[in-house]
Design a protein around this ligand. Structure first.
Ligand SMILES: Cc1cc2nc3c(=O)[nH]c(=O)nc-3n(C[C@H](O)[C@H](O)[C@H](O)COP(=O)(O)OP(=O)(O)OC[C@H]3O[C@@H](n4cnc5c(N)ncnc54)[C@H](O)[C@@H]3O)c2cc1C
Length: 448
C-alpha cells in the first residue's frame, strides 16, 4: 500500500461481503421502500423494516457496495455517546433531555451487542474509559463528571491508579463507561447486508444517486446514472454524501479521519495495554484513542481531521501522510514497549459532521415520503444501528413521536462550506486541530 492512499483497515478482507458485487440499477425499478446508502444506517433500516414487515418489497442501493463508507472503515469502539459532551448537552437541551440522550445511547450499545449476537459477529464486551493527560482534557472531564453526577447517571470517575490497573499508561483521570464493547465494524455491516438479502431485500451497488425528484403529491423518484427507482417511501442514508444532492437537510460536512494498526503484539505487551474489549478515548475531541483487537493488534485512531472539500488530491494525499505519521508518533510514545513495533495498516475514512454535533434523522422538508439520516460526527457505530431501527418504526407509522430526541429533526444548522464565510470554517477546524495537538503532541509546539 502506498502511504498516500486511503489504505485498508486491518480487518477488511478484499471483498467485505464475501459475495459477488451487487448489480447496478438499470432501467426502472419499483419498490415499497428504497434505501440509498448501504452503511450501518441504511442496512439497519432495511433489516428492521424487513423484520417488522416481511411482505415489504425493499431495495438498498449504494454508490459503491455495502460497507464502502465509514461503516466499513471505523475502528470499532462501541460506547455510549451521541451529540456533544454531556455538560454541553445539559446546557443546550436541559437536564431531562440530556439524561434521555445518554440513556438512548446506552440502549443503542445494548442493541448492537444483541444484534452481533444474533448475526454471529464477534463482539468483545468491555469498558470504555474517557481519559485525560492534558489540561484541556482534565477540564472537560471535570465538567462531564459534574454533569453525570447531577443527572444521577452512573458514570464513575477513575483516578490515575484506577486507570493504571487497567492499562499501563499514565492518564491523570477518567470516566468509566461500563457495558461497552469493541468489534469489527466491517464485519457487522457485511453481516447486516447478508441478513437483509436473506430476508428478500434487493441490493444494488455501483449506483450513485444523482437526484431526488418528487414532491407536490408525486411519488419520489430516485435518479441513478443508468436507471431510476420509484418507491412511495425512501430513506437517504448517505451520510455526508447528501451534500451533492441539493436537499434542505442543512450541512453534514464530510471530514477525513485516520487510523493505524500494529502487527499482532506479544502476550506480555498486550497485557500492558488493556484487556479484551477495553478502549481508551481522550477527553479532548479528536485526540488519539486506542484499543486492542482480538488478534492482539493495537489500533489507534483520531488526530488531525481533514476537510477534503476544496483540497486538491495531491495536497490531500500529503496531509494524509502527515496525519498517519503523527498517529504513529503518538502510538510509539504511548508505552516504551511500542517503540519498535511495526505499523502494518494505515487507513482513512470519511465521517459526517454537523455544527452542533448532533445527527439528523428525519423527513426531508418539501419531499413527502423521503427521509434522511446521517451526521453521527464520528461516533456512530451504536447510534447508526439505532437510527435504522427508529426509521423502520417511523416509516411503518409505529415510532413514538411523543418525545422526540434532539436528533429527530429535518435539518442540521448550516456551516459556511462555501462563499465568503468559508474562512470561518477553516479557522474553526484549525483551532480544533491546535487543541488536539496541544493535548496529544505537546512536544511539537503550536505549529508542529
Ligand atoms: C476511521 C474511522 C474510525 C471510526 N471509528 C469509530 C468508532 O470507533 N466508533 C464509532 O462509534 N464510530 C466510529 N466511526 C464512525 C462510524 O463509522 C460512522 O458514524 C458510521 O459508520 C456511519 O454510518 P452511516 O451508515 O451513516 O454512513 P456510511 O457508513 O458512510 O454509509 C453511507 C453509504 O452511503 C453511500 N453513499 C454516499 N453517497 C451516495 C450516493 N450519492 N448514492 C448512493 N450511495 C451513496 C456510501 O457509499 C456509503 O456506503 C469511525 C469512522 C471512521 C471513518
Amino acid at each position: 500500500m502506498t502511504l498516500f492512499a486511503p489504505g485498508t483497515p486491518c480487518w477488511e478482507p478484499g471483498d467485505p461481503d464475501g459475495t459477488d458485487p451487487p448489480a447496478t440499477v438499470r432501467g426502472s425499478i419499483g419498490a415499497d421502500v428504497a434505501v440509498v446508502g448501504a452503511g450501518l444506517v441504511g442496512l439497519s433500516t432495511a433489516y428492521h423494516l424487513a423484520e417488522r414487515q416481511p411482505s415489504l418489497d425493499i431495495v438498498v442501493v449504494d454508490a459503491r457496495r455495502p460497507a464502502a463508507g465509514a461503516s466499513g472503515r471505523g475502528t470499532g469502539l462501541l460506547g455510549p455517546r451521541v451529540g456533544p459532551p454531556v455538560d454541553r448537552a445539559v446546557r443546550r437541551h436541559g437536564p431531562a433531555v440530556a439524561r434521555r440522550m445518554h440513556r438512548a445511547s446506552v440502549e443503542a450499545v445494548r442493541q448492537v451487542v444483541e444484534l452481533c449476537d444474533r448475526l454471529g459477529v464477534p463482539c468483545a464486551d468491555g469498558e470504555q474509559i474517557v481519559a485525560a493527560r492534558s489540561r484541556a482534557g482534565l477540564a472537560s472531564l471535570a465538567r462531564q463528571a459534574a454533569a453525570y453526577r447531577a443527572l444521577d447517571l452512573e458514570v464513575p470517575v477513575l483516578c490515575a491508579a484506577d486507570i493504571r490497573r487497567r492499562v499501563d499508561v499514565p492518564y491523570h483521570a477518567g470516566l468509566l463507561h461500563r457495558h461497552s464493547a469493541t468489534l469489527d465494524p466491517a464485519a457487522l455491516t457485511a453481516a447486516l447486508a447478508r441478513a437483509c438479502v436473506a430476508k428478500g431485500v434487493r441490493l444494488y451497488g455501483g449506483s450513485p444517486l444523482r437526484e431526488v425528484r418528487g414532491g407536490d403529491g408525486q411519488q419520489p423518484q430516485l435518479l441513478f446514472p443508468h436507471g431510476t427507482v420509484r418507491a412511495p417511501k425512501s430513506v437517504l442514508a448517505v451520510n455526508a454524501g447528501v451534500a451533492g444532492l441539493g436537499l434542505p437537510v442543512g450541512t453534514v460536512l464530510g471530514l477525513e479521519v485516520h487510523a493505524v494498526a500494529t502487527e499482532p503484539l506479544g502476550h506480555e505487551t498486550r497485557a500492558l495495554l488493556g484487556h479484551g474489549g477495553l478502549a481508551v478515548i481522550d477527553a479532548v475531541p479528536l485526540a488519539p484513542y486506542f484499543r486492542l483487537t482480538t488478534d492482539g493488534r493495537l489500533v489507534v485512531g483520531g488526530g488531525t481531521a481533514l476537510c477534503p472539500d476544496g483540497t486538491g488530491p495531491r495536497r490531500r494525499a500529503v496531509l494524509r501522510v502527515f496525519a498517519f505519521h503523527r498517529l504513529e508518533q503518538w502510538l510509539r510514545a504511548l508505552h516504551p514497549v511500542l517503540a519498535g513495533v511495526e505499523v502494518t495498516h494505515r487507513w482513512a475514512g470519511g465521517i459526517g459532521v454537523t455544527a452542533d454535533g448532533l445527527p439528523v434523522v428525519g423527513p426531508v422538508r418539501g419531499r413527502p415520503g423521503v427521509w434522511y439520516a446521517g451526521g453521527c460526527n464520528g461516533h456512530g457505530l451504536a447510534m447508526s444501528v439505532a437510527h435504522g431501527s427508529y426509521l423502520a418504526a417511523a416509516l411503518l407509522g409505529e415510532a413514538d413521536a411523543s418525545e422526540p430526541l434532539p436528533w429527530h429533526r429535518s435539518r442540521a444548522p448550516r456551516l459556511p462550506v462555501s462563499g465568503p464565510a468559508r474562512p470561518l470554517l477553516r479557522a474553526r477546524l484549525a483551532a480544533m486541530d491546535r487543541t488536539v495537538r496541544r493535548a496529544a503532541w505537546p512536544e511539537l509546539g503550536p505549529r508542529g
